[in-house]
Design a protein around this ligand. Structure first.
Ligand SMILES: [Zn+2]
Length: 1090
């Protein structure tokens, strides 16, 4: 329920170095090695967390549910409607044809097969093996999936908050026996076709997953990861770099504490959503490992000793404590042989890593913590959650599914009764909490509010408990249940994990039982529990009421956690850090100081010393000859229906229709632009003149797989266009998905909301507005890099400017103003919204994209789509002659900004427009920026500087080049590093081998794995931006033929960026003022007072 990225925010985000997490875990401790992943609260989570990863299904704004329909036999009707739509036949025979026969009990490559089963729910044959010598477990999942996934998982429950598992997760990827280079992980990022490469620390486990569609590449990745986890070169220097160390450059300079994880977790703890998420979990489990922070608390990380670190590794990173996962169409013998190769040197070890159970409380408990909420407007900055440790059901899949349905019923959409009660109460600005959390050994539930006054904080618990009490008596309507069930069933069947590999999503699901020594197959099956649950619900109308009673009303294991704004908090934290440093300084005499200086120098030098080329060459990589020279083609048919352009992306989608309706907003009057995203919220949240929003939301949930909206801004791709980029592209896009037989129902809903949306409902509008404002506001701190990129882009191109108006600081400003104007100027706001609606709802502005197979398109989509389009007027009502694009004067003079947020880390950006510098960016630019990102910037800003991440990005359509850092302790120093990139590149000595590796990596980024709905969306975006297949091939050819000379040449372009680029830094007032005192001229302002 907290903010989740939209296209408007994420278009400037590189796909490879930055990935927004939509809830790998509701707790904050799923942290990662390299990719910037934000702990996000998700609205709800079916047993299957598939949904959480799906870009489409779980954005903050995809709401669905149902409306009471009183036919008695709704369930049977509903079951037949959904089930018969599944057109893909079971492929057991097809899978078995391609795999070796095995006998349970026999040993293969030193692995004993202990269990085998075909699971139709995921079209896979599943084999569980145990390694005879060590007891290591292997789940070998065999199917026809080309996106192969491997994972190695250790059970790593920590006993304190020093961050040991997290620092280890980083450290084992810093060189190993076979690959003794500084960071093999980075080499893989540079040079593989991976569709996923990362590592996660959870509260009780550490996972190292990789995925690739290329078999050779896949096994290269597997080999590097296996060597890393079983034979890492762990040294005290690695602990210093990734964990913590004291740093001192010269005699009179201040000593500081640095370390990648140390700064990463400082960033995490600067985000109030993460802080309350962490405490909400920890307070429920004072007796076991879930009571500590596995990611590490910055206050405790410096207490981690080398001895403790080493012991933790020795005890837990052993095959006897390992679970392996293989998934996909790769040969099974290869899997077993590869593992055998690594396991043969180990003997069985008795490892005590079981997660102990938390005993149940007799009474609820209360916890209050202070936090840093900045210094202004503190009266409405309280937040609180009510949390339960639920009754024990971990081995009963039907009960877990029932709890997930209950979770969705309670808070899945804004119309859900618990969520609606909280919103309507006016106690706070935004509903928070992870809902049901099945990741831990004991299941939890969390719900709360942020943006509360002190009094709100005091009455929240009673409100939640009273509401649940009432629901346990009154229950839910049939319509509500039907809608929630449909929503969950749609997700279970669609298995749309977005850009997250399906095999990895299934591994995480399987681990919910497997990690605790229960049957790993249980969470992979959903058909039977689903049928059982439906039967129960049909027979027993009070089943869900009793579920609420059992798990909430009679359950006294409840923790009430409140977070209170403390203006002194940041100072007190800083003082503690200072004291630690001071205590340390006291232990040093003059020689000690000198030693520390030398030690700092030694570490820095070691970090930038290039790897031995001979060792680097050992990292397995593909050759240019291994990859396709042709740019992949996404099929596309362009037709016209009722004078509207309709794109069909003809792909097999298992009976689902994915629908995108794009509305061109380039000609929109300037004063309406910032209304667009808010309008998108209103479409699905406000209700129509015929139907209130509760009923509308229920209908969306009952009939569809979800509807959401997004915004896309860029410039047209016009080859050889004078001045570089073409005109701006700006589109508002409504996106829906539906089982094909229900397509007309999706279109009915769209027609209703587009024509009949009820903008006169001012009070509901106020709720939506306040929630939107709160969501945007809370996304600024943790996504400072996006804010910086957006502000930079706004200075150079009109699409960048528009994007910022609809998603950046300017949008936040617009929302804040609107809140204040709402009562005094309601009539004019109302009329603006109506004008916007009538402008958008016009066929002359629309482009439609449909992804499904041709037969389904002809039979199920074309007739009803035609009917929908006929009803939409072709011409717009008379508009003011000038659009925002004409009105707004490109403000191209250089502007350096410092945006103040409450944070202990910074986000530093610098950028310029290459077209405006007279340079035509091409494939070479992509390669140069990728190379810089994973060599120079990684080393200087992350490894040496202690930031969590840094990267450079160039957008070939807009010509925007930006450097960005993430959770960065520095400002000025990072900017200096950006400026020196030009010199680094000009002098870079790259072997042809290294260049080839980079080429493979860039091609890997270009060919990123996409599910059908994502391919359809890419088709739409390319069409709207004028990107042709020839153009894609041209870029690919440029990348494939890139030479050392090209890269060096790009150095001179960067020189121009250094001298004429603009700066935007996001960080604390103190850090930004310090940067100014070091010679920068940032114009400082608070995010909320532009
Ligand atoms: Zn990390």
């Amino acid at each position: 329920m907290a903010a989740v990225g939209r296209v408007a925010w994420s278009f400037s985000t590189p796909s490879c170095l930055l990935r927004t997490r939509h809830g790998i875990s509701g707790t904050l401790s799923a942290v990662c090695k390299a990719q910037v992943i934000q702990p996000g609260y998700r609205s709800w989570n079916p047993v299957l967390r598939l949904s959480s990863f799906s870009g489409l299904s779980l954005s903050r704004r995809s709401k669905r549910v149902l409306k009471p329909s009183s036919t008695g036999d709704w369930l049977r009707r509903y079951i037949s409607a959904v089930i018969t739509d599944r057109s893909q036949k079971s492929t057991e025979e097809a899978i078995r044809e391609n795999i070796p026969k095995r006998v349970v009990g026999n040993v293969y490559h030193s692995f004993q097969l202990v269990q085998e089963e075909y699971i139709p729910d995921i079209d896979s044959v599943i084999r569980k093996y145990v390694h005879t010598n060590t007891g290591a477990q292997l789940m070998s999942i065999l199917n026809n999936e080309e996106n192969k996934t491997f994972g190695v998982v250790f059970r790593t429950p920590p006993s304190n908050s020093r961050g040991t598992p997290h620092i280890l997760e980083h450290s084992v990827l810093c060189g190993s026996r076979k690959y003794p280079v500084k960071e093999p992980f980075v080499e893989l990022m540079k040079s593989s076709l991976n569709t996923f490469l990362n590592a996660f620390t959870f509260p009780d486990k550490t996972c190292y997953p990789v995925a690739s569609c290329n078999l050779k590449d896949f096994y290269n990745l597997v080999d590097v990861y296996l060597d890393a986890v079983f034979y890492p070169n762990l040294t005290p220097d690695v602990l210093k770099q990734e964990g913590h160390h004291f740093e001192l450059f010269e005699q009179d300079a201040p000593i500081t504490i640095q370390g990648v994880v140390y700064n990463e977790m400082k960033g995490v703890f600067s985000n109030p959503d993460s802080v309350i998420g962490s405490w909400s979990q920890r307070c429920l489990f004072p007796e076991n490992t879930y009571g500590v922070e596995s990611g590490g608390d910055p206050q405790e990380i410096p207490d981690l000793s080398w001895r403790e670190f080493q012991d933790f590794y020795r005890q837990l990173y052993h095959p006897s404590n390992t679970r392996f996962w293989f998934y996909g169409d790769d040969p099974e013998d290869m899997r077993l042989q590869k593992l055998e190769e690594y396991l043969k040197d180990f003997k069985k070890l008795s490892v005590d890593s079981k997660v102990k159970l938390q005993s149940r409380w007799k009474q609820p408990k209360y916890f209050t913590f202070g936090y840093d909420a900045g210094n202004d407007n503190l009266e409405k900055k309280h937040m609180a959650t009510v949390n339960w440790m639920l009754a024990d059901v971990t081995d009963d899949p039907t009960k877990i599914l029932a709890l997930s349905v209950l979770d969705h019923l309670l808070t899945g959409t804004s119309a859900s009764p618990l969520r609606k009660t909280l919103t309507d109460s006016g106690l706070g600005e935004e509903v928070i909490g992870s809902g049901i959390e099945t990741d831990l050994r004991q299941i939890t539930y969390s719900i709360g509010l942020k943006g509360m006054a002190k009094e709100g904080c005091e009455s929240l618990e009673k409100l939640v408990v009273d509401t649940l009490n009432k629901l346990s008596k009154d229950g839910f309507s049939q319509g509500e249940i039907e809608s929630s069930l449909n929503t969950i069933e749609f997700m279970l069947k669609e298995q749309n994990t977005g850009s997250f590999p399906k095999g990895l999503a299934l591994m995480l699901r399987s681990l919910t039982t497997w990690l605790h020594d229960s049957d790993p197959l249980i969470p992979l099956k959903f058909e039977i529990p689903l049928q059982q649950l439906k039967e129960i619900l049909q027979k027993d109308r009070t089943y869900l009421n009793r579920l609420i009673e059992e798990h909430f009303i009679l359950n006294t294991h409840r923790a009430y956690v409140s977070l209170v704004p403390d203006p002194e908090f940041a100072t007190k934290q800083a003082e503690k850090e200072m004291k630690r440093i001071e205590d340390f300084r006291q232990t040093l005499d003059k020689d000690g100081i000198q030693q520390l200086i030398e030690e700092t120098k030694r570490l820095k030098e070691k970090q930038i010393r290039p790897d031995d080329p001979a060792q680097l060459a050992k990292i397995p990589a593909l050759k240019k000859s291994d990859i396709d020279q042709k740019a992949p083609v996404i099929p596309r048919q362009v037709t016209s229906l009722e004078e509207t352009t309709v794109l069909l992306t003809p792909l097999f989608t298992n009976g689902i229709v994915y629908f995108d309706m794009a509305m061109n907003i380039r000609q929109l009057p300037a004063h309406l632009l910032s209304y667009v995203p808010l309008f998108g919220e209103c479409l699905l949240e406000l209700g129509t003149r015929k139907e209130d929003f509760v009923s509308l939301q229920q209908r969306i949930g009952r009939e569809t797989g979800g509807i959401r909206h997004s915004i896309y801004c860029s410039q047209m791709d016009v080859p050889n266009h004078v001045g570089g980029y073409g005109p701006a592209v700006a589109e508002f896009i409504i996106r829906g998905k539906v089982m094909s037989n229900k397509t007309p129902l999706l279109f009915d809903i769209l027609r209703d909301v587009l024509f009949d949306i009820d903008f006169s409902n001012k009070e509901r509008f106020r709720q939506i507005l306040i929630e939107e404002k709160s969501g945007v506001e809370s996304s600024i701190g943790p996504s400072g890099h996006r804010v910086a990129a957006s502000r930079l882009n706004a200075q150079y191109t009109s699409s960048g400017w528009a994007d910022e108006q609809m998603g950046g600081i300017s949008y936040l400003k617009f929302l804040s103003d609107l809140v204040h104007r709402l009562d005094s100027e309601w009539d004019s706001i109302h009329s603006d919204l109506e004008t916007l609606r009538s402008y958008l709802v016009s066929r002359s502005h629309m482009t439609v994209q449909v992804t499904t197979d041709e037969r389904t398109f002809e039979s199920s989509v074309r007739p009803s789509l035609s009917h929908l389009l006929q009803q939409i007027p072709k011409d717009v009502q008379a508009q003011p002659a000038t659009s925002w694009e004409q009105t707004h004067q490109l403000d191209q003079h250089k502007r350096n900004e410092g945006i103040i947020v409450p944070s202990t880390v910074n986000y530093v950006g610098k950028g310029a427009n290459l077209f405006q510098l007279g340079y035509q960016p091409d494939g070479t630019s992509l390669l140069a920026m990728k190379y810089l990102g994973i060599s120079y910037l990684w080393e200087r800003i992350r490894v040496q500087g202690g930031a969590y991440g840094a990267f450079g990005k160039v957008d070939l359509r807009t010509g925007q080049l930006v450097f960005l850092s993430y959770r960065d302790p520095h400002v000025k120093k990072t900017l200096d590093t950006y400026d020196q990139a030009a010199v680094f590149l000009s002098q870079a000595q790259l072997s042809s081998d290294e260049i080839e590796r980079c080429i493979i990596g860039v091609i890997g980024d270009m060919d990123s794995y996409q599910l059908p709905d994502a391919k359809g969306f890419t088709n739409l975006i390319r069409y709207l931006s004028g990107v042709t297949q020839e153009r894609l091939q041209e870029r690919r050819d440029q990348v494939l033929s890139c030479t050392h000379h090209d890269l060096v040449q790009f150095g001179s372009v960067l020189q121009n960026v250094a001298s004429s680029g603009s700066i935007v830094a996001v960080g604390s007032e103190q850090a930004l003022q310090q940067a100014n005192s070091q010679g920068l001229d940032l114009k400082l302002f608070r995010a909320t007072e532009q």
